[in-house]
Design a protein around this ligand. Sequence first.
Ligand code: PGA
Length: 258
Amino acid sequence: MRDYIFGGNWKMQITSMKETEKIINSMVENCPTFKKNTKVFIAPSLPMLPLASKMLKNSPISLAAQNVGSIEKGAMTGETSILTLKELGVEYVIIGHSERRIIIGEKDSIINEKLKLVLSHGLTPVFCVGETAEERRKGKSIGVIYDQLSEGLKGITDISGLVIAYEPVWAINNTLLNPVGKITPASPEDAEAMHKSIRQWLLNKFGEDANNVPIIYGGSMNSTNAKELLAREEIQGGLIGSASLSSEKFFPIIKAQP
Ligand code: PGA
């Protein structure tokens, strides 16, 4: 049975401790019983992690970080060590999100270092790949994704513990990346086709182990479209931004799992 993973990527959308506390409280109180093969995490901003860690302790919801420094320890202003994340009970780390690639300017080489670091510490990286609207228009989607995969996974031989999120940039609910009014989720057909291409790339590179890597979808996933997306065999969960900011929006997506 394949694993399903649902992650709430809060980005910088919740900016107060009070609000963080309120949302997590409601999530813990209203948390449904997840299926055995289902993992759920939320990724609040880094300063909220100690609070979130305490609150989620005896709940089935795991803790994730939105970022990590590319070295274990040292002189790296503004970054957070994997050792600190581990101490806080973080289990998942989002790496290579297009907001970091495009807005912050994070390069494939840094993403590769972060992936290696997170895997070597036994945490689960949620490695995001995705093409922009322009790359898609030019018919370059698969080439872009394959480049991101081969650069990001360079030198990595053991992919047990890896999760991949296909997040087409054009589908992400982000007006810094996409024009207002032009943001739509990928159709289940398009998303599944890309997931299959990603799986094929992984199989070619890593052999049978690739079958154990969950490939989840992200980009405007919500309670209305989740059922159709998740009905596709290759879509094994979601990385959810805007619709993960309350239990009322987030949990129906998880319940839509087939
Ligand atoms: P969205 O964000 O669900 O708000 O589109 C998804 C993501 O960027 O992870």
